[in-house]
Design a binder for this molecule. Structure first.
Ligand code: FAD
Ligand code: NAD
Length: 395
């Protein structure tokens, strides 16, 4: 029996497993899904638990509850190395998994561009564990300020990078501040949230009208923007900007971009910013039985020559597509090329506020916010049907 091993149960990997297990007969292939935790993280929601506006448990889904145990074996384990020359994977506990087909969907890691001190001193929004730490740290800073009121750095929050992650996070954080101020007896005027962006505008490359709207809404909520000013250094004392300005802060959250999982580069694959440049069947160059999907891969738009962005939207579509292609290979059929269907982008600006571009249509305010919830709920339904929707739906 052929063995299909899927590494990573994020948007791409879990969707591949869930779709493939429905399409294959029990004796057609053995499916093995490996993930470092036994839950799937709703990463696209993580700015909320990071700020503390949603409990982190709402963002995790028990992986086994989505698997057919007679079709798919779940292995809770950490992938340490991929050995494509011998079609095997090594896990941190020493287990070795051999495969006929491999799907690599290990996601991404923060890209710090070698900026001094960022890796050591900044938080990042990447997993349940990382966002729980951010939320608890923010609360701790408020409680410490009560005892050391001269330390304004405790109440100064720096978010480095105003891409979609940075913007969504400052929106949530600004919403959380009034409640924290009440809880810890702090004057709201003492709290500062800085969002620092290297490019001449926030959300570089996005629609200018929507970008302006986002800045207006967030500025009204109290967010202070510094644009065109890259962070040059980070330390326990705060950040230094390229302009020379120093912002003393005990909380720096880095949202300056992502690169592919380091496991892939360490395993000897050729990468661009940690991501494997895949062909239109999503295969790795040189290994026709290795598919790389989601944030671990990079695919270029043939029309613009530019890479598609690393998004859940694309990872999900690639997961569904790869399930179809592997099913076809198992039956001796042909592979189909992948063409993403780009449906648009909707970004939250906090409670009840969002911006969105769907086709040529621009949406702002509550209509965009409602659409964002529909997108989140649609994913739950595609993944786990009504049962999962009832458990986790955003209302
Ligand atoms: P992931 O979903 O990150 O999954 C990777 C999986 O691999 C994880 O389960 C992880 O635990 C596992 N893993 C990693 N390393 C190992 C290892 N060594 N061993 C075993 N398991 C391992 N995109 C959108 O399209 N729309 C949005 O609205 C949106 N919002 C976002 C909001 C935030 C706050 C963030 C941070 C990102 C957002 N994104 C959004 C981007 C989106 O989350 C990613 O593009 C998406 O998660 C990529 O899916 P993936 O399957 O490649 O990786
Ligand atoms: P990103 O790469 O999209 O944005 C990072 C931002 O940090 C950029 O604007 C960049 O100019 C800035 N930056 C880089 N170096 C800097 C420095 N030294 N100082 C200050 N700013 C600096 O990364 P992201 O926001 O984490 O997003 C990652 C991916 O996830 C993207 O593809 C994004 O589209 C997707 N995403 C989508 C949504 C959504 O659709 N709602 C939400 C979050 C993330």
């Amino acid at each position: 029996m052929k063995k299909v091993v899927i590494l990573g149960a994020g948007y791409g990997g879990l969707m591949t497993a869930v779709q493939l297990q429905e399409r294959i007969a029990g004796d057609e292939a053995e499916l093995i899904l490996v993930n470092k935790h036994d839950y799937h993280s709703l990463t696209t929601w993580l700015h909320e638990p990071a700020a503390g506006t949603l409990h982190h448990d709402r963002c995790r889904i028990d992986i086994r509850s989505l698997l057919r145990t007679n079709r798919t074996r779940f292995v809770k384990g950490v992938v340490e190395a991929i050995q494509p020359d011998v079609s095997a994977v090594r896990l941190a506990d020493g287990e070795r998994l051999e495969y006929d087909y491999l799907v690599v969907a290990l996601g991404s890691e923060p890209e710090t561009f070698g900026i001094q001190g960022l890796k050591e001193h900044a938080f990042s929004i990447r997993s349940i564990n990382s966002v729980r730490m951010i939320r608890e740290h923010i609360e701790y800073m408020f409680s410490r300020f009560r005892n050391e009121p001269h330390r304004s750095d405790y109440l100064t929050f720096v978010v480095g990078g105003a891409g979609f992650t940075g913007i969504e996070f400052v929106g949530e954080l600004a919403d959380r501040i009034p409640g924290l101020c009440r809880e810890f007896d702090v004057e709201p005027s003492q709290v500062k949230i800085y969002n620092i962006e290297a490019a001449p505008t926030v959300l570089p490359g996005f629609d200018p009208e929507l970008t302006e709207y986002a800045m207006k809404v967030l500025s009204e909520k109290g967010v202070i923007f510094r644009i065109n000013t890259p962070i040059q250094e980070c330390s326990p004392e705060g950040v230094v900007l390229a302009t020379g300005e120093k912002i003393p802060s005990s909380t720096v959250v880095w949202t300056g971009g992502v690169r592919g999982s380091s496991i892939i580069e360490k395993s000897g694959f050729e990468v661009v910013r940690g991501r494997v440049k895949v062909d239109h069947y999503l295969r790795s160059p040189g290994y026709s039985n290795v598919f790389v999907i989601g944030d671990s891969s990079v695919l270029f738009d043939p029309e613009t020559g530019r890479p598609y962005p690393p998004t859940a939207q694309i990872a999900i579509q690639q997961g569904i597509h790869t399930a179809t292609n592997i099913k076809s290979l198992l039956e001796g059929g042909e592979l189909q090329a992948f063409h993403p269907e780009l449906k648009g982008t909707v970004a939250s600006l906090g409670k009840g506020e969002a911006i969105g571009m769907v086709g040529q249509r621009k949406l702002v305010g509550s209509s965009a916010s409602k659409l964002k919830k529909i997108i989140d709920n649609r994913y739950l339904f595609t993944l786990g049907g009504f049962k999962l929707l009832l458990q986790k739906a955003k209302l």
